[in-house]
Design a protein around this ligand. Sequence first.
Ligand SMILES: Cc1ncc(COP(=O)(O)O)c(C=O)c1O
Length: 456
Amino acid sequence: MPRTLIEPFRIKSIEPIRMTTRVEREHLLDAAKLNVFKLRAEDVLIDWLTDSGTGAMSSRQWGAIMEGDESYAGARSFFRLEAVIQDITGMKHFVPTHQGRAAEKVLFTAVCRAGQLVPNNCHFDTTRANLEYLGVEAVDLVIAEGLQPALIHPFKGNIDLARVRTLLEAEGGRIPFGMLTVTNNTGGGQPVSMANIRAYAALLKQHGKPLIMDVCRFCENAMFIKMREPGYENTSIKAIAQEMFSYADGATMSAKKDGMVNIGGFIVLRSDEWMDAVRNLEILTEGFPTYGGLAGRDLEALAVGLQEGMDEDYLRYRLRTAEYLGERLEASGIGFVRPTGGHAVYIDAKTVLPNMPAAHYPGWALCNALYLEGGIRGVEIGSVMFGKRLDDGTETFHTMELVRLAFPRRMYTQSHFDYAAEVIADAKLNARSIRGVRIVKQPKYLRHFTCECAWV
Ligand SMILES: Cc1ncc(COP(=O)(O)O)c(C=O)c1O
């Protein structure tokens, strides 16, 4: 058996990427005020800003798009997708939305009240923001291992059951439901084990609380379970996913990830209890419940995409790709969050720029260096994203300075990854020439998206 794992697809349609020179990129980054969010995508060679909605659809999905039924109410495309989702999730109710945060907004507004509290392994930032907007406290209870980047553990996305129990006993009256994010994006795309999902659901049930899962990357999570959790080696991805969903009472999903589509999301719920409120809000904000902010063709593409997302050959290649880049980084002495997650590699910028002071934003500096060095766009997850400038002009800094490289699905081949590994290794070799930045203009919230910087 050959050891090389190949991309399990052939390329039928291509999108050219534009080669740029380093001198050109220097001008482009200067014009973007040293903020890669402000670059035009066509000036980026390898765009690893996010895996959300950026992947390639298959010929079967493009074919299905022609089948889209654009009827306002009761479209055929809705029922086709509903059947696929009911089969995977076992849930009675399916409510489409235009993307993940819309599913969160509709569900939380229907169910939550100010003063409540929701536990999760880690809330994704839109999940946290949607809860906090309603006056609900979002509490992250991932296991301690999940917070140590260099530590190897098979399921770093697991929720800490002892802390959940303590919280349920102390604050049970304030908790409308428990949440669990699979995989744990905020913690590095790390999976949650089946044993943890089962035990968490049982604990919630003892206290009469439903479990709502955030299932953006349930296929990647299922593949990790197959590869790492004893007893699942010979179980199909679909059967693993079905078991994961069997412990939940509902879920929200951004289909822009494992749904293999460029736009879409949904809510699923097992019981009728919240459905009247959810349906009313859906009509108010997203649209009639059989299209929910999506075109019929989007529903068709998702019905196919959800099935392709569970393909084992695809998932093996997907997880191996991230692992492969990790191995290349390790060989170059570059630190990263370990083990590599499902959808991204998080480089520890402090291992490339150990002497750069936090005030020069090493994560941001490395992000800029990867663009200058090789036209690669990642995203800083460090002190520009999570630090703050206080009213007295002083700064707070984040504990970690990471650069996340998130991989669009079925889009880049091994040579792109080899190229990236070379660029990152070169950045480390030339670390002394990498310059830090200062922020010269910033908005009050979410400054990383729009801030303007200058070289120090
Ligand atoms: C875990 C998780 N939940 C929710 C969302 C929000 O989804 P969307 O971007 O489709 O609104 C994301 C998006 O990145 C995510 O990763």
